[in-house]
Design a protein around this ligand. Structure first.
Ligand SMILES: [Mn+2]
Length: 261
């Protein structure tokens, strides 16, 4: 079947944090994006399928099926697909590395760009203190919280006897934990540090749902954004130029033009 729209061709397209299987996923927009673009390399930079959500309740509408189908047909037509796993598709990490013809399932990938730069492609949760330990913490959390509440009772009994007011141990610990939650800048810094120590020129990541291209400490930092809030893609053209595509803005523009006509 021939497409009536002219396809835009890129060397590489990088997408992350699609969260298929969750209600927030902008699958329809992504499907429209994929329909209009072609590439030699498609990098899926983690959190593509939201296994956490799928486990609690199955949500898998037609638009989500369409996205998967489109990616599969791209791979059949010659696009090399690298599926890099993230923390939300961590179930798939059990099966990596896996090679299914044009589709490869891996935790990270070393990509030499058109301009000859060595780029590390990785989801990024490995460098986020919160998600790295957060999962185990949330399981433990309930038990700890119960213990804390009884500890708190004893503590306040003594505080009252000594003439002090009520004080919440669990609140105190929660506030402390919040201070530990790393900011985007800490995340970026630790990724850049990893890049440098391993001899990379740059990094392509996702995870924090914040699309960005910038130079940090001489390292090219590319964050692809996401398909839940920002609806963005990172692309590399055949001249080796990288740019972010704000697909939400493009779709909004199209709607406006349609209304005006
Ligand atoms: Mn993530």
């Amino acid at each position: 079947m021939k497409h009536n729209v002219s396809m835009i061709k890129y060397k590489s397209i990088f997408l992350s944090d699609i969260h298929l299987g969750s209600k927030g996923c902008q699958a329809k927009s992504l499907y429209n994006f994929l329909k209009k673009h072609e590439c030699e390399n498609l990098f899926l930079v983690g959190d593509i399928i939201d296994c956490w959500r799928l486990k609690s309740k199955l949500y898998w509408p037609q638009e989500h099926v369409d996205v998967i189908r489109n990616i599969l047909s791209m791979s059949k037509n010659g696009t090399k697909v690298k599926y890099i796993t993230g923390n939300h598709d961590d179930l798939l990490r059990l099966y990596q590395p896996l090679n299914l013809g044009n589709i490869e399932l891996i935790e990270e990938y070393e990509y030499v760009s058109v301009k000859g730069k060595k780029l590390l492609i990785i989801h990024g949760d490995q460098f986020d203190i919160v998600t790295r330990y957060g999962r185990h913490l949330s399981i433990l959390g309930d038990k700890i919280y119960t213990v804390l509440l009884s500890l708190n009772k004893i503590l306040n009994y003594f505080r009252a006897r000594l003439g002090y007011g009520h004080w919440s141990l669990s609140k105190y610990l929660k506030d402390k934990a919040k201070q530990l939650v790393n900011k985007a800048s800490d995340y970026e810094e630790s990724l850049v540090k990893e890049c440098k120590s391993r001899g990379f020129d740059g990094i392509v990541c996702g995870h924090i749902h914040k699309a960005e291209i910038k130079l940090i400490d001489g390292i090219d930092y590319f964050n692809t954004g996401d398909w839940v809030e920002s609806v963005t893609a990172l692309v590399e053209d055949h001249n080796g130029q990288f740019k972010l595509i704000d697909w939400a803005a493009i779709e909004n523009q199209e709607i406006k033009l349609l209304r005006a006509s």
